[in-house]
Write a protein that binds this ligand. Structure first.
Ligand code: HEC
Length: 167
């Protein structure tokens, strides 16, 4: 008496489960792209390195290789809108901005600028920046030796200028 009833019931159960799995998967995929994970955008970013004396070449290098994490002018890639990569990208941007935000440079106290300038010099000379995972994806972000040199020279010049400017 169980004979034919079982397979039919099982089939129905299986279909139900399949439907459920499809719904769960769909919801999961939509959640991965939820605006909750989207990166924050800054409406009116301040001038990059405002108040600093920096030539177009060095500015171009910093804009290309550093500004995505160290300014409010981040050019977010599509994967910064999707989990799990959104977490990784947005973490780098958040921490990068906290440590040094070139869009807020003008408002930094002189001492902080001086310290950051020597930090920039150290980071590029040691090739710690741009972050390896970033340079790996953004092939054009890696710095050549002459670019490292140009940034280094600029940091020295700008530090001297700041120190001489002090009353
Ligand atoms: C992919 C994101 C990313 C890029 C691109 C990047 N940085 Fe960073 N940077 C960070 C993060 C994150 C930190 C904080 C690291 C930590 O706390 O260990 C940091 C820290 C720093 C610091 C230390 C600031 C301090 O408080 O001492 C300096 C200086 C710096 N970066 C300079 C640069 C320069 C110059 C470039 C471009 C050549 C660059 N970074 C590119 C993410 C980035």
């Amino acid at each position: 008496m169980w004979g034919p009833a079982v397979p039919a019931g099982l089939r129905r159960l299986k279909m139900k489960l399949n439907k459920k799995a499809a719904t769960v998967t769909a919801v999961f995929l939509v959640e991965l792209m939820s605006p909750l994970w989207w990166p924050p955008t800054v409406e009116a970013p301040g001038e990059l390195l405002g108040g600093a004396q920096v030539d177009a070449r060095v500015m171009g290098i910093l804009r290309r290789s550093c500004a995505d994490c160290h300014s409010d002018e981040t050019r977010y890639p599509w994967y910064s809108y999707v989990l799990p990569s959104a977490w990784l990208v947005n973490n780098d941007v958040r921490h990068g901005r906290e440590r040094m935000n070139l869009s807020q440079w003008e408002g930094y106290p002189t001492l902080r600028k001086e310290r950051l300038l020597s930090e920039i010099a150290n980071q590029v000379k040691d090739r710690d920046m741009p972050l390896a995972q970033y340079a790996w994806i953004h092939r054009g972000a890696a710095l050549s030796d002459t670019e490292v040199h140009a940034i280094f020279e600029w940091t020295q010049k700008e530090r001297v200028r700041l120190i001489e400017q002090k009353p």
